[in-house]
Design a protein around this ligand. Structure first.
Ligand SMILES: [Zn+2]
Length: 130
């Protein structure tokens, strides 16, 4: 075991806090996206008028949705981390099963992999076309 019971409990509280914050941020974005949709019903969805405004709205909506995607990903990771805690697997790399260094968990409480495995995966996923 890498962490003491007290450390684990503190980490669980942090994760729960993060989960609450992230859930709130997601519903805030949903609210904004909804209000965009409402104002858009007034204008005709044509390409010919208000091209500038429309493009701004579309851009803003896409930006919000990509932020929402990232938040939803994070929420899923936080939930997984809490589930790992319940199973007593928290703090171990899901790939190599070695303990994740405490500083990494401190910086990223919902980290799934150790630094080496994460770097490895980033290389494989992002390599080449970026
Ligand atoms: Zn690893």
């Amino acid at each position: 075991m890498v962490m003491t019971e007290a450390q684990l409990e503190a980490m669980r509280a942090r994760l729960q806090q993060l989960l609450t914050e992230t859930t709130a941020e997601i519903s805030e974005i949903d609210e904004q996206v909804r209000s965009f949709g409402a104002s858009e019903q007034d204008s005709s969805y044509g390409v010919d008028n208000h091209i500038g405004d429309q493009a701004d709205v579309v851009y803003e909506q896409e930006r919000l949705l990509s932020v929402r995607d990232r938040l939803a990903d994070r929420k899923a990771l936080i939930e997984q981390a809490i589930a790992k805690m319940d199973r007593g697997e928290y703090g171990y790399c899901e790939n190599c099963k070695r303990p994740i260094p405490p500083d990494r968990l401190e910086a990223l409480p919902f980290a799934r992999y150790c630094i080496e495995c994460q770097a490895d995966m980033d290389r494989r996923q992002g390599g080449g076309w970026r």
